[in-house]
Design a protein. Structure first.
Length: 546
């Protein structure tokens, strides 16, 4: 009987940070060796980060990655390691190198190249042709790369070559349906092959994509031996028993809350933190705090991601701003301990109107004047962002972005939009969940988001007594229609047949299609659904298809 000890590096390896990633691998290999591991495992494209996109078209970048993997091989010193990197052989392959004995012992190439959703592997890589198996401490170990495990043949080939344990290195982005799908696939491969599986996943935010970790151990009979927590950086220790083909986790961290809201909130926090920090905004962020639910949740996310010292909130009242909004914004800012400023926009708005009135003559006031209020706020927020070197967060949600209920160069201003892929109904659920967490930790009346802000009817407050439902269907109805049209790709006829009002469906779909031009100009934000605007859902602006 052979027992193989593994150290699994569920860590963030940022895109393009070749030197830093190499140093982190070296440090983690040292820890693995000290802990008695025979095999250390690292995620897909560890050296380059994932996805490196057009960096892969630069020969100097590929050469740096090759030099890094060779340098790491020289440092193995009695430890075997599986490390992902881009392998250039005239053509480029998504590769995993087995390092041992001071050399690169073996290289395997990703065979199945995904080209759907956020993936664009076929743009950059050529497919591999074989599956690798190597004996490590008496155990026959096969190793695959991410999408390879989603098809039966690569794992079957590794098993046919004698593998007892199959290691899968991944950069698998999180969305609200991903974990169940991963488990189903890996369990199926284990049952088909009789091999145990180690599924190691990357963690961290990269532009719009968020990687969650969520690594898995699956025994040869298909039972799940362990699940790693989401969005936690950790060196995970495991033992593989070749006689029983079982895996045993050693003191893995355990998530305190595995609810859907907890995981989604953690994804958003990680997305914000990594975007700000990786792009060098050490001073932090600022946002317009309106007294509404979206900006209130954005403020909570920013504070949880960065700490209160790196967050500034700016209230910009106008004659239509309610006392509830004023009180809610100030109260939340004080409770969270962030810098808070109130800067009225009336004089600036009046100056715009004075300049424009001669050109507006004979025109009835309409949405133009409302949008000008939003654009006044956008100008002021961008000026504060420039002056204080704090990145501006946009606070809009997916429901608004879907139907264009947002103002270009106004409330859409910002470099990052934490709620861009979060429907309005989900915003409310997250806000209530975050308050429940605060109450559990600090007592029954504690809150992070003012309860009055959660309970009030949503309003842009750009005219007297305005509510969102003056312009839109109720959000429960709107979001249900949007999810069917966007995530499920249902036709209008199918949505109507499901019981939704025909005129409402036609109106909502018309708004979605007509506002693609706005979404093309919107800030990036963390992808948390299966059909995020931008990188994933790419519809033509100009189209005759309705």
């Amino acid at each position: 009987m052979a027992v193989l000890r593994l150290a699994l590096a569920q860590y963030d390896f940022p895109v393009g940070a070749v030197a830093a990633n190499t140093a982190k691998v070296r440090e983690l290999m040292t820890r693995a060796r000290a802990g008695g591991a025979a095999l250390a495992v690292f995620p897909e494209l560890t050296i380059s980060g994932y996805p490196p996109e057009d960096l892969l078209l630069r020969p100097s970048f590929l050469a740096a990655c090759q030099q890094a993997i060779q340098a790491l091989a020289a440092d193995t010193n009695g430890l075997a390691a599986i490390v992902g990197f881009p392998h250039s052989l005239g053509e480029v392959y998504n590769a995993a190198a087995l390092l041992r004995g001071g050399a690169i012992a073996q290289i395997t190439h990703k065979r199945i190249l995904p080209n759907y959703g956020v993936f664009d592997d076929k743009r950059y890589f050529r497919p591999g042709r074989t599956s690798a198996v190597e004996v490590i401490d008496g155990v026959r170990v096969g190793y695959l790369i991410c999408e390879d495990v989603w098809q039966a043949e690569p794992a079957a080939a590794a098993a046919a070559a004698g593998a007892e344990l199959i290691v899968v290195i991944n950069a698998s982005p999180w969305d609200d349906a991903k974990q169940a799908g991963r488990e189903e696939v890996v369990v199926a491969r284990a049952k088909e092959t009789g091999c145990a599986f180690v599924y190691l996943n990357l963690v961290g935010g990269q532009d719009e994509v968020v990687y969650d970790g969520g690594s898995l151990l699956v025994n040869g009979d298909g039972s799940i031996a362990a699940r790693a927590p989401n969005f936690v950086d950790a060196l995970l220790w495991a033992d593989f028993d070749s006689a029983s083909r079982t895996l045993h986790a050693r003191d893995w961290p355990v998530a305190a809350d595995t609810s859907r809201e907890a995981t989604l909130y953690a994804a958003l926090v990680r997305g914000v933190r990594d975007y700000i920090d990786k792009n060098g905004f050490s001073a932090g962020v600022l946002l317009g705090l309106s007294g509404g639910i979206d900006s209130a949740l954005t403020l909570a996310l920013a504070v949880d991601a960065l700490g209160p010292d790196r967050v500034t909130a700016v209230m910009m009242p106008m004659r239509y701003t309610s006392q509830l909004s004023l009180d809610g914004a100030r109260g939340q800012a004080e409770r969270l301990g962030v810098a808070y400023h109130a800067v009225g926009i009336e004089p600036v708005y009046a100056a715009f109107m004075t300049a424009l009135t001669p050109l507006f003559e004979g025109k009835t006031p309409d949405v133009t004047e409302e949008n000008l209020q939003s654009r006044t706020r956008g100008v002021m927020l961008m000026a504060l962002s420039n002056k204080h070197s704090r990145l501006l967060l946009s606070t809009g949600n997916k429901s608004e972005m879907a139907v264009g209920y947002a103002t270009l160069y106004g409330d859409m201003c910002g470099a990052y939009a934490p709620l861009k892929d979060v429907y309005k109904t989900e915003v409310y659920r997250l806000a209530r969940w975050r308050n429940l967490v605060e109450q559990r930790e600090h007592g029954g009346d504690a809150w992070v988001i003012p309860p009055a802000v959660i309970e009030r009817p949503p309003s842009a407050e750009l005219r007297d007594n305005q509510t969102d439902q003056d312009s839109l269907p109720p959000y429960d109805e709107l979001d249900a229609i949007l999810a069917r049209f966007i995530e499920e790709e249902q036709s209008q006829a199918e949505i109507i047949a499901a019981g939704y009002h025909e005129a409402t469906v036609h109106r909502v779909v018309r708004l979605v299609l007509a506002n693609e031009f706005k979404r093309r100009q919107s800030a990036p934000g963390p992808r948390v659904t299966t059909r995020a605007f931008g990188r994933e859902r790419r519809y033509p602006i100009t189209s005759g298809w309705k």
